[in-house]
Ligand binder design. Structure first.
Ligand code: GLN
Length: 490
């Protein structure tokens, strides 16, 4: 990998100003990188023309207009479940294989307004349902770490976005996070993954999975880049009524951030069966680092953590059943040749359009929503969701930040992962990540060190709603202390 593609946004802009690098040449370099690493399958569509045009516009602003934008000449990848005008948005599903949106997701239009250059649309599990990026009609994504020796999964469902950043095809990528889909692949691919507070970043144009939990997520190599991207995309949006109405104050990082005032909580229930020794050691290592920095660290309890997987599954499937109803082959999505009756057309289009993961979630969700089951499953799950959220509210009266692992292990081998079924793995792999979605709180995954398999191991920080500034400052401090090694690929 060319060293330039590991530069931070600040360093790239400095090089542009000094003319040791130009936006157009950097865009070319990233496109070349993406092409060379095609076998990683990070992108479902490379947007060469778009990237080149965006690069030319940035170059003009740098050298002719001398009026630059915050992400000018900064290459990005966008998960293929965010609408991009005139660029196919497939959700990695046969259902939307030929869908060309007529409008942009707010996140993408804000990135473009800030000068970012789109390298391509990134691979995902179909409709973002998964934890491996192994269930895409375009084939699985490979983790660039150790991929020459054996094939490890990239994590999911935003695996394409994580790989696009870690393999140097772009500086930042957008994923979506409903139960961990940004943090999980970021952790397994050794990049930073930020899930902002629910409602801080607009969902307009993000194809919904679970409306009450979906949040656009940010992946970058370094925390400071995640801050720069967040500052460009966050804030109220008239097109999404669930965005927080309050004006967004840009996050600033403090180089002399004082950890001695920070109270860190270690929730004991996040120790769960199946967590690897390597992960537990990494968790301890970061705890010790923070104690050395004079932060006060205490064990805390979040008693409803262990039910959160079950609660998440029920709520997820119920919302999926309702969200997916729009794909009937008439209003939206793939239409088969079936012409016996409207019902048969619906049935054949939906069975050909969706994979078995999507179909079984629709099936289970409709079962939970039957009049006779509604109270027993859906209402009960909603009540438990409230109790999980209350655990967070209570714990944040005593501590400022929670420290937990992100995933339970380093990146699993592809064969192991698929033989254990993506569906079951979703429940297992998201143990530490999805409570934050249930409560709506912000969370970030930061790479810490390499495992005995020489694969990234990461930890997660979570904070109260709208505590992004604190969360990112603590994350930055940890990043400085651990100095995680960069990946070497082609
Ligand atoms: N693995 C979880 C699921 O399949 C999370 C997905 C996501 O965050 N998009 O539901």
């Amino acid at each position: 990998m060319n060293k330039l593609t590991t530069y931070t946004i600040k360093k790239i802009h400095k090089a542009y100003r000094e003319k040791t690098l130009t936006p157009t040449s950097f865009v070319d370099l990233c496109l070349q990188n993406a092409k060379q690493n095609r076998d990683l399958n990070a992108f479902v569509t490379l947007t060469k023309g778009e990237a080149e045009n965006n690069g030319i516009e940035s170059e003009k602003r740098f050298y002719i207009d001398k009026k630059t934008k915050p992400l000018d000449g900064i290459t990005i990848g966008v998960k293929d479940n965010f609408c991009t005008k005139d660029i196919r948005t497939s959700c990695a599903s046969n259902m939307l294989k030929n869908f060309i949106p007529t409008y942009n997701a707010t996140v993408y239009s804000r990135l473009r307004n800030a000068g970012a250059c789109l390298i391509g649309k990134c691979n995902l599990d179909e409709f973002a349902m998964g934890a491996g990026t192994v269930d895409s009609i375009f084939g699985p994504t490979r983790n660039p770490w150790g991929y020459k020796e054996c094939w490890r999964i990239a994590g999911g469902s935003s695996g394409g976005s994580a790989v696009a950043v870690s393999s140097g095809a772009c500086v930042a990528a957008i994923g979506s996070d409903t139960g961990g889909s940004t943090r999980n692949p970021a952790a397994l691919c050794g990049v930073v993954g930020l899930k902002p507070t629910y409602g801080l970043v607009s969902r307009h144009g993000l194809v919904p999975l679970v409306n009450s939990m979906d949040v656009p997520g940010i992946m970058t190599r370094k925390v400071e880049d995640a801050v720069n991207v967040l500052n460009c995309i966050a804030g109220p949006d008239n097109l999404d009524s669930t965005t927080i109405k309050r004006k967004f104050n840009p996050v600033t990082l403090d180089n002399d951030f004082d950890m001695s005032k920070i109270k860190i909580g270690i929730p004991k229930e996040y120790h769960c069966p199946g967590m690897s020794e390597d992960i537990i050691d990494t968790w301890k290592l970061v705890t010790n680092l923070l104690e050395n920095e004079k932060a006060s660290v205490q064990t805390v309890s979040m008693p409803h953590t262990s039910v959160s997987i079950a609660v998440y599954s029920i709520l997820n499937q119920c919302e999926v059943a309702s969200n997916m109803a729009r794909y009937d082959g008439i209003e939206y999505g793939l239409r088969t040749e079936e012409d016996h009756s409207t019902e048969e057309l619906y049935a054949s289009s939906r069975s050909k359009g969706f994979n078995s993961v999507v179909r079984s979630r629709i099936f289970a969700g409709n079962y939970f929503l039957l009049t006779r089951n509604y109270e027993k499953y859906f209402l009960k799950a909603l009540k438990l969701r409230r109790m999980i959220a209350d655990d967070f509210k209570k714990v944040f009266k005593d501590v400022d930040i929670l420290l937990t692992p992100t995933t339970l292990s380093d990146a699993p081998l592809y064969d192991d992962f698929v033989s254990k079924h993506n569906r079951d793995q979703c429940a297992f792999q998201d143990y530490c990540t999805q409570p934050a979605n249930m409560a709506g709180v912000p969370a970030i995954s930061i790479p810490i060190r390499l495992s005995i398999n020489k694969l990234p191991l990461s930890i997660q920080l979570m904070g109260p709603n709208l505590s992004e500034e604190l969360l990112l400052n603590v994350a930055k401090r940890i990043e400085m202390l651990v100095d995680f090694p960069s990946l070497e690929v082609n």
